[in-house]
Design a protein around this ligand. Structure first.
Ligand code: NAP
Length: 290
């Protein structure tokens, strides 16, 4: 029997801080990971309304939390409470994982880009080097993902936003050659057809708005690689449209698992064998189907 199955006085405390948290899958996901790694933790939802962020962070320190995850809408505002940031958090200007050191110092980190890359490579058995890539959206997740893709030497990377100022800001932040800001007008559809890889990093199609997609089946082509970072619903209309044309594609459950694995590595300063991915995805798929 796993002696860490039940919470007790030795359990180390973690949680996910956001608002609202009704649909967060993180508590179940981290319970599965702790079980696989045989770690004695309690991971709880921390639904904090705006205005209470400062007192909530103080409370987590006083309660001896070891760390926590951060989700919408606090990935940027939480930075104000950090004592230091990792290089990745600095570059992406976003924090989704916080480690609380024994002296109470808070270190902010971002694992979204790592989680995306881990799952993309696992699923498609390839990477971005020498590929033409388009990322739809220039929000928080797109910032983390595009930084990671840019490190992987794509042939061209296009970042699309409704407001070209937002994608231009991301392009300047990455500061590398062959990365372009575009909007959804002009050559957008032509670029889509010309790209080997399409990523949806917008929230279009996320539950409860399941029946919308930025792209239609005709926009994709057979063999194109398509990743939708949305994980709720599990099968987005965007991915259904891509698969209908013979493209290969997946949604963001694997990215969610990847960023959670990276959070554990950061909190415990360990390297986790990515082979546990399959084990996690099996238990997690059963849970997230219900
Ligand atoms: P965010 O910072 O609020 O960004 C939202 C993005 O959606 C922006 O790029 C925005 O586009 C775009 N958008 C919203 N409405 C749009 C519309 N009608 N047409 C075109 N674009 C629209 O949120 P985020 O943190 O980046 O999260 C984005 C999505 O990724 C969410 O669904 C979230 O659940 C998911 N996510 C998944 C994971 C995972 O582990 N799988 C991790 C993080 C986030 P503009 O740039 O045009 O304003």
């Amino acid at each position: 029997m796993n002696k860490n199955k039940y919470i007790n006085a030795d359990s180390q405390l973690f949680g996910v801080l956001g608002h609202p948290l009704g649909h967060s899958l993180s508590p179940q996901l981290h319970a599965i990971i702790s079980n696989i790694l045989n770690k004695n933790i309690a991971y709880i939802p921390l639904d904090v309304s705006e205005g209470n962020l400062s007192s909530a962070v103080m409370g987590l320190k006083s309660l001896n939390f070891k760390g926590f995850n951060v989700t919408i809408p606090y990935k940027k505002s939480i930075i104000n409470y950090m004592d230091s940031l990792t290089e990745t958090a600095l570059r992406t200007n976003s924090v989704n994982t916080v480690k609380i050191e024994e002296n109470g110092n808070l270190i902010g980190h971002s694992t979204d880009g790592y989680g995306f890359m881990l799952d993309f490579q696992r699923f498609f058995k390839t990477d971005f080097s020498n590929k033409k890539v388009i990322c739809l959206g220039a929000g928080g997740a797109a910032f983390a993902i595009c930084q990671k893709i840019a490190e992987n030497n794509p042939k061209e990377l296009y970042i699309a936003s409704r407001d070209i100022k937002k994608s231009t800001e991301l392009v300047s932040n990455i500061a590398k050659d062959k990365i372009y800001a575009i909007d959804y007008e002009h050559n957008f559809k032509k670029i889509i057809k010309d790209c080997h890889i399409i990523i949806n990093a917008t929230s279009v199609g996320m539950a409860p708005n399941n029946n919308v997609s930025i792209l239609e089946p005709d926009d994709f082509y057979k063999g194109q690689l398509v990743y939708d970072i949305i994980y709720n619903p599990k099968d987005t209309l965007f991915i259904k449209n891509a698969l209908a044309t013979g493209a290969q594609g997946t949604t963001g459950i694997g990215m969610l698992i990847g960023q959670a694995i990276a959070a554990w590595e950061f909190w415990y300063d360990i390297k986790i064998d990515t082979n546990i991915f399959t084990e996690i995805i099996k238990s997690f798929s059963i849970l997230s189907d219900n």
